[in-house]
Design a protein around this ligand. Structure first.
Ligand SMILES: NC(=O)c1ccc[n+]([C@@H]2O[C@H](COP(=O)([O-])OP(=O)(O)OC[C@H]3O[C@@H](n4cnc5c(N)ncnc54)[C@H](O)[C@@H]3O)[C@@H](O)[C@H]2O)c1
Length: 480
């Protein structure tokens, strides 16, 4: 049985003022771990520890290449422990084991990538004429609060913490209560790699209690929030109470646009992976398939054949699809299936695992919904489950109009053999990222990621992410 303590200023606290929480395996419903649940007392303590590390600790004063060496070591230790971390993450979050391995590998890539960036944070020199020298420096912004959701807990910690540390910040991590366990493995790795005490701190606990209190705390200088739109809006209000900047990584209802000229054999697994990965519990899941009308019946029949064969099972057995996060979310997803049935035709797939021991799991079946238009609720709301809404179009202009007719704007996929279609889509889609004949390419940490509209603002990953953790200071010197 795992236990995740709090880690505040380098000290490990097995107990906390809001008691002990439990974490369940979504594949079986079984309790697999406990965690110390922080309350308001620990909120003050953890912010004070991070502030102290930032204001007085060695990290911000260290030469950037030395910071880079420690960051690189964190990545190496992740890879050395990938088996243990992946198995823990697979059980805690319900994602198939190979996806949990990907999560650890991707987390290590964030640290490798930003380690190489640490000593390349140059300012600029601004010409103002003789007798004046003007330049800018990139200062660390201070204490960064990282609020993490339950779908990719380890990877999303790495995604935010690596650039924050690179910039010289101190960090407070607040994981989601459904997946509290792997964050402690991350903290242990940081300590072992030589990160100074207090530079990264961990508090598990209720979002509405400590998440809100942390976001309002005057000792926090910046927030990176990844989660749902309504919670993100509450966090923005809290941040506004002391006027601090935020990165908001919120939800999506991302389109995949399939033209009849696409290579259907190649497009099919990409489209399916786009809405089935982690049982659809992915912010950038491609859950709206916009298909050129003449290819509609063919792709629906191929996709239905595909999802019929989906093997659903216990995450650690590495099935095609594992469970959703918990029984409450299973009920929500099933509610969306009822909605889909009332709005269009529902085509189900997969075999539910009924063997003994899996009956308590939060399993749902993958589904397609056809016979709807883009005004249907099922085509507009984020389900966070494995359901694909299929909507026909006749022209490329109509495809763009339907794709953009959404409250969200995270990513889009385009499947076509025509360079004209691909370029037209890339120019006109109102999303943060356009994939052509692909939908994700693996360990992709190098390019920026983030949304338009209700999908949020600010960019994670790539060189763009570091800006969120820096202040630009201008220095102007007159001489002679
Ligand atoms: N855009 C991205 O990069 C990205 C990545 C992953 C997930 N997501 C989104 O996350 C959502 C699913 O995750 P979830 O259900 O954990 O999200 P959520 O919004 O319920 O919770 C996210 C985090 O916020 C905390 N929280 C809850 N109330 C809070 C409050 N009042 N103040 C501060 N913190 C609070 C939670 O404890 C958790 O740690 C989906 O909408 C998904 O699209 C987005």
């Amino acid at each position: 049985m795992h236990h995740a303590p709090l880690v505040i200023g380098g000290k490990t606290l097995a107990e906390a003022s809001d008691g002990i929480g439990e974490s369940r395996d979504p594949s079986t419903g079984e309790v697999i771990g406990t965690f110390a649940r922080a309350g308001l007392t620990e909120v003050d303590q953890v912010v004070a520890a991070a502030r102290h590390a930032f204001d007085n600790g060695p990290w911000t004063r260290m030469r950037p290449f030395e910071r880079g060496r420690i960051l690189r070591r964190i990545g190496e230790l992740m890879l050395e422990r990938r088996d243990d971390i992946a198995r823990l993450e697979s059980r805690d979050s319900g994602k198939p084991l190979r996806d949990a391995y990907w999560e650890v590998d991707c987390s290590a890539r964030f640290f490798e990538y930003y380690a190489g960036v640490a000593d390349k944070q140059h300012g600029t020199s601004i010409p103002l004429g003789r007798g004046i020298v003007d330049w800018t420096v990139k200062d660390a912004i201070g204490v960064s609060l990282q609020i993490i959701p339950w779908n990719y807990p380890f990877q999303l910690i790495a995604r935010g913490v690596a650039p924050a540390l690179t910039a010289g910040c101190a960090v407070v991590i607040k994981p989601a209560s459904d997946t509290p366990l792997s964050a402690y493995e991350f903290l242990k790795i940081c300590q072992e790699a030589g990160l100074p005490d207090g530079q990264v701190n961990l508090v598990n606990g209720r979002g509405s209690l400590i998440g809100d209190a942390l976001a309002r705390h005057r000792g926090v200088d910046q927030i990176t929030f990844t989660g749902s739109v309504p919670t993100g809006q509450r966090v923005l209000e809290a941040a506004a109470s002391h006027a601090i900047p935020c990165n908001m990584e919120l939800g999506g209802k991302s389109p995949q646009i399939l033209f009849a000229d696409a290579d259907m054999e190649k497009a099919l697994p990409i489209i399916a992976g786009g809405f089935l990965t982690h049982a659809g519990q992915v912010c950038n899941a491609g859950t709206r398939l916009l298909v050129e009308r003449k290819a509609h019946d063919d792709i629906v029949s191929r996709l239905h054949d595909h999802i019929r064969k989906i093997n659903i099972g216990r995450a650690l057995d590495d099935p095609d699809m594992g469970p959703v996060i918990n029984a409450g979310h299973k009920a929500e997803v099933e509610g969306f299936y009822e909605l889909a049935e009332s709005e269009g035709q529902l085509l189900m797939g997969g075999n539910l695992p009924l063997e003994a021991g899996l009956a308590g799991g939060a399993f749902v079946r993958p589904a397609l919904v056809t016979g709807i238009s883009n005004t249907a609720r099922i085509a507009r709301e984020e389900v966070f489950g494995p359901i694909l809404s299929v909507i026909p179009f006749d022209t490329a202009e109509e495809a763009v109009a339907i794709a953009n007719d959404s409250d969200f704007g995270l990513v889009a996929g385009v499947h076509t053999a025509s360079i004209d279609h691909a370029m037209h889509m890339a120019q006109d889609l109102r999303v943060g990222q356009v994939w052509v004949n692909s939908f994700g390419i693996g360990l992709d940490v190098e390019f920026p990621f983030g949304g338009y509209k209700l999908s949020g603002f600010g960019r994670e990953k790539g060189l763009e992410a570091i800006g969120a953790y820096q202040q630009i200071k201008n220095v102007c010197v007159r001489f002679g």
